[in-house]
Design a protein around this ligand. Structure first.
Ligand SMILES: NC(=O)C1=CN([C@@H]2O[C@H](COP(=O)(O)OP(=O)(O)OC[C@H]3O[C@@H](n4cnc5c(N)ncnc54)[C@H](OP(=O)(O)O)[C@@H]3O)[C@@H](O)[C@H]2O)C=CC1
Ligand SMILES: O=C(O)C1=N[C@H](C(=O)O)C[C@H](O)C1
Length: 265
């Protein structure tokens, strides 16, 4: 069976990789793209779309009403992504969301909508298999080491901080970690932000520099020892196996799944 795919954000760093991946896989068919500034852009920047006569729509509504599709991959920004996902679910097209920065309320709303419409939806804070394992291993380690600092490092074009991966890592850790306030009780920040963001006592630090792609380390401190669990994405192809996996998996589910760790075999 061929899975018919729409991609939103085809000119982006991730979207352009996804276009290459979907158009090169036998069991996937790219049936359309959604690009808010399609006029000339997609055609000039992505000849593959013209070569293969793949339509590009500025309006997601028009795209979803015109094209017969199974899956809607979103690699844009959270504001656009949320609306795209709502429209897709209402049109019985399954969203696969890579875009980071959705709020917990937005995720809860999409969960309800997906459940109500019995439409599969996957939100993947990180599509890289190694990153999913890094999050799971961190969750395991948190049972034994409750003192934790997360350091995520990304390229300087990233819009959201902390990263979706760091938010998800903290959420997984909170499921197993004993509640604990870290550091000295009288600790004072003499420069605001020095100790990073705080999520139930877990510290999260976001680094943004040119030269970086996507990296995270989770550091656990114990009496006389440190454990570091680290993952590095060196390029955006590292995410594509996970995108393909999610597109295939979403065909067989009828509700929302947040995190690939929930559906890894
Ligand atoms: N889950 C995962 O494994 C990964 C997730 N990501 C996430 O994917 C998202 C995209 O990342 P990346 O490709 O690096 O970002 P880019 O900025 O390279 O691409 C984003 C794309 O979205 C488009 N866009 C921006 N605003 C809107 C809008 N309001 N409506 C429609 N389209 C819009 C941009 O078009 P324009 O030029 O018109 O602005 C651009 O083509 C981010 O949220 C990032 O965090 C990234 C890597 C891995
Ligand atoms: O913007 C990125 O690049 C990435 N975003 C995702 C995130 O916010 O965690 C996934 C990966 O880290 C790359």
């Amino acid at each position: 069976m061929t899975i018919k795919v729409i991609i939103a954000g085809p000119r982006g760093k991730m979207g352009s990789e996804a276009v290459k991946m979907v158009t090169s896989e036998q069991n996937l068919e790219l049936v359309a793209c959604v690009d808010r500034r399609s006029e000339g852009h997609a055609i000039r920047e992505y000849p593959i779309l013209t070569e293969k006569s793949i339509p590009v729509f500025e309006s997601p509504e028009e795209c979803l009403h015109t094209v017969d599709a199974d899956v809607f991959i979103d690699l844009t920004v959270p504001e656009a992504c949320f609306n795209h996902a709502v429209m897709a679910i209402r049109n019985n097209v399954r969203p696969v969301i890579g875009t980071s920065g959705l709020t917990n309320d937005q995720i809860a709303e999409l969960r309800e909508l997906a459940k109500g419409n019995e439409v599969g939806c996957i939100i993947a804070p990180n599509f890289a298999l190694g990153a999913v394992l890094m999050m799971k291993f961190a969750q395991m380690a948190a049972t034994y080491f409750p003192d934790i600092e997360i350091i995520e490092k990304h390229h300087d074009q990233k819009l959201d901080a902390p990263s979706g991966t760091a938010v998800k890592t903290a959420q997984l850790i909170k499921n197993t970690r004993k509640n604990k306030s870290q550091g000295h009780p009288d600790e004072v920040e003499t420069m605001k932000g020095a100790r990073g963001a705080v999520d139930e006592g877990i510290r999260i630090h976001s680094v943004r520099l040119p030269g970086l792609i996507a990296h995270q380390e989770v550091i656990f401190g114990g009496e006389g020892e440190l454990l570091t669990i680290k993952h590095d994405s060196m390029n955006r192809q590292s995410f594509m196996t996970g995108v393909k996996f999610a597109v295939e998996k979403v065909m067989g589910i009828h509700s929302l799944v947040y995190g690939l760790e929930n559906i890894l075999d």
